[in-house]
Every structure is written in structure tokens, then in C-alpha cells.
Design a protein around this ligand. Structure first.
Ligand code: ZN
Ligand code: ZN
Length: 346
């Protein structure tokens, strides 16, 4: 199996623009006007344009509302935050690891920005919980990944895909790890997102949902970046672009969708008023199909071509730079420039 080699810190004889996506040569000097892929700079601009921090979001309304949620809503809220915290923590590290093997310095730069965004996502979970629950409860949520069996099973699945690449970096394992990445960033967040958007459309926990919106927006760019890397890898190593690989990817997506549905049943099920568990399941199948197709493969689930939760599109598609989405929907979004999260207003 073709090994992938780490990028050199400096190569005096190599061009600034890399010669291949992996195992190529590059001086490692970054000049955005002299990079291998023409999509890298537009992607960089978009990622920078997404910049946000949790400090900007005033939690005071959520602090007042949280005690009024039902016990099931509170439970789902905490479990989903616990899940997201694990995924974003792992993702920060994975981005750094894969970056070492990308020859072009611009792709390394994009991975560093991506990792920084994951750090901010993780920060937002601490920020949300420290506003809403006691320190003990917060610590408990950050341990759900090892104390909740269904969650553990689902996370082990992704980690397995990443670990293989980390321990034995080959082209095959790199391709596989990107499939797991697309599942992590493009599927495993989504039943969680739907829960928070459901609360928001009922005018509940709007500040938290605003952060989830920002995270969702970042993740869409991340998925697209990894899909591009996957396709360039196949372009350079066409011997891996086989029907066997297509079947393998499809099987991975099937397993992922089942795990996500099992998890969705546990945290959402029929416990959340107004959020239909069947819709959530269809939504998961729909997204599994979308992501598989993005990678260039057949959709694994027959049907499921349309988003079954139409109302969710307004939340998913938000682009804060171009629309006044939050004003339009009077989501009480308040941008603040203070170093607190609204405690003073209580
Ligand atoms: Zn993230
Ligand atoms: Zn991400």
C-alpha cells in the first residue's frame, strides 16, 4: 500500500507551488498567488469570513429559559452538547494530523484555520454550559462520551476511521479517514442541529441555537474542503478509484446512518414535543445520501432525495454576511462586545 509522507519543513530546491497533493515536493513557502489548487484561496477567504466567537452572544434569555424546559428537553440538550464536545475535540486534532501529510502549504494553512474553528466550537459548548448549569453538571456532560453507551458506540465508529490513518498513514487510510470525516462533520452533527433548530423555531434557547447556526455554517465549509481533498487524492491516485471503494464507502455510510438513528432515538425519540422522530430519521437518511453523493458515489438509501424537514432550511442556509436573517425572524439576537455572557442582566 502506498505510504503518505510528511511535508518537509523546508525544501530549498522545490517550487513554492506543490507538485502533488501528497507525496509531492514543495518549498513549504506560502504565497497565496502561487498554490497548487485554484479553490484554496477562495476557500480561505470564506473561512475567514465566518469568524465568530461565543463572547459575542448574549446568553441572558437562555439563562432565563433553560429552567423552564421539560426534563426531556433538558436531557436532550445536555446529551447533544456532550456529543458535539467530543466530536469537535477529536476534529481539532485530526485536522492537525492530516495537515502534516498535505504537500501544499496552502492546504496546511486551511487545516490550521479549520482546526481553529473547531476550537471555537468547543469553546462555545463550555460557554453554553457554564451559563446554564453548575460546574459539576458541566463536567458530567463533558464525560458523556465515555459514560453513555449509545454515544460511546457511535463515537468509537469515527475514532476507528481516524486512528487507522494516524497509526498507518497510507493513501488508502487517508481516503478512508476523509470518509469518516465527512460523516463526522456532515452527518453526525445533524440530528443534534435539528433539535436546537426545533427549540429556536419555538422561540426557545435562541442564543444557543445562534451558536449552533454558526457551527453549522462552519461545518458546511469543512465538509466541502475535505470532499475537495478526497477528489484530488483520487485524481492523483486513480488506482484507488474503484468499484470496491465505492462499495466500501456506501457500507460505511449505512453503518453511520444506523448509529446516528439509534442515537437520535435515544435522545429525541418521541420525547420532544413537536419534533417527529420519523422526520429526524428521514433527515438522517437524506443527509447520508447527500454526503455520499458529494464524495462522488451512489446514494446508499433509495428515495430520500428531499429534505423532509423543510422548515430547517431557513436555519441551515443562514449566511450572516449577506442576510439579516436574525432580525427578520426576531430571534432576539444581540451582538455584545463585553467579556461576559449576560449574567449581569439577571
Ligand atoms: Zn466543529
Ligand atoms: Zn468541522
Amino acid at each position: 500500500m502506498a505510504e503518505v509522507k510528511k511535508r518537509l519543513l523546508m525544501d530549498k530546491e522545490a517550487p513554492n507551488r506543490s507538485t502533488k497533493i501528497v507525496n509531492g515536493r514543495s518549498s513549504n513557502i506560502l504565497n497565496w498567488d502561487d498554490v497548487q489548487f485554484n479553490w484554496a484561496y477562495p476557500k480561505y477567504k470564506k473561512m475567514l469570513g465566518n469568524f465568530w466567537t461565543p463572547f459575542e452572544i448574549n446568553m441572558s434569555n437562555d439563562i432565563k429559559q433553560f429552567p423552564q424546559l421539560t426534563a426531556d428537553e433538558k436531557q436532550a440538550f445536555k446529551k447533544i452538547i456532550g456529543l458535539l464536545a467530543l466530536l469537535d475535540s477529536i476534529q481539532t486534532d485530526y485536522a492537525g494530523r492530516i495537515a502534516d501529510y498535505l504537500t501544499d502549504s496552502s492546504l496546511n494553512a486551511l487545516m490550521i484555520i479549520l482546526a481553529q474553528q473547531e476550537v471555537i466550537h468547543n469553546h462555545s459548548y463550555s460557554y453554553i454550559l457554564s451559563s446554564l448549569v453548575s460546574k459539576d453538571e458541566q463536567d458530567e456532560v463533558f464525560d458523556f462520551w465515555r459514560t453513555e453507551p449509545v454515544l460511546e458506540k457511535r463515537n468509537d465508529f469515527v475514532i476507528k476511521g481516524y486512528k487507522q490513518f494516524a497509526e498507518e498513514p497510507t493513501v488508502e487510510h487517508m481516503l478512508d479517514s476523509i470518509v469518516y470525516d465527512v460523516i463526522l462533520e456532515g452527518l453526525f452533527f445533524y440530528s443534534g442541529f435539528s433539535f436546537f433548530y426545533h427549540l429556536a423555531r419555538n422561540q426557545k434557547m435562541v442564543a444557543t441555537s445562534t451558536m449552533i447556526n454558526y457551527i453549522n455554517r462552519d461545518e458546511q465549509l469543512h465538509v466541502d474542503l475535505f470532499v475537495k481533498i478526497y477528489k484530488e487524492l483520487l485524481e492523483e491516485y486513480p488506482e484507488y478509484d474503484t468499484p470496491e471503494r465505492a462499495r466500501k464507502v456506501e457500507a460505511i455510510f449505512r453503518e453511520a446512518a444506523e448509529l446516528e438513528i439509534e442515537w437520535g432515538r435515544e435522545v429525541i425519540g418521541d420525547k420532544i414535543d413537536g419534533l417527529d422522530s420519523e422526520d429526524v430519521e428521514d433527515y438522517i437518511y437524506f443527509y447520508a445520501n447527500v454526503r455520499c453523493a458529494q464524495l462522488g458515489y451512489e446514494r446508499p438509501f433509495e428515495g430520500y432525495r428531499k429534505n423532509p424537514m423543510k422548515w430547517i432550511k431557513a436555519y441551515e442556509d443562514v449566511d450572516l454576511g449577506k442576510t439579516d436573517f436574525f432580525e427578520q425572524r426576531s430571534r432576539q439576537y444581540v451582538k455584545v462586545n463585553v467579556q461576559d455572557n449576560g449574567f449581569d442582566e439577571l
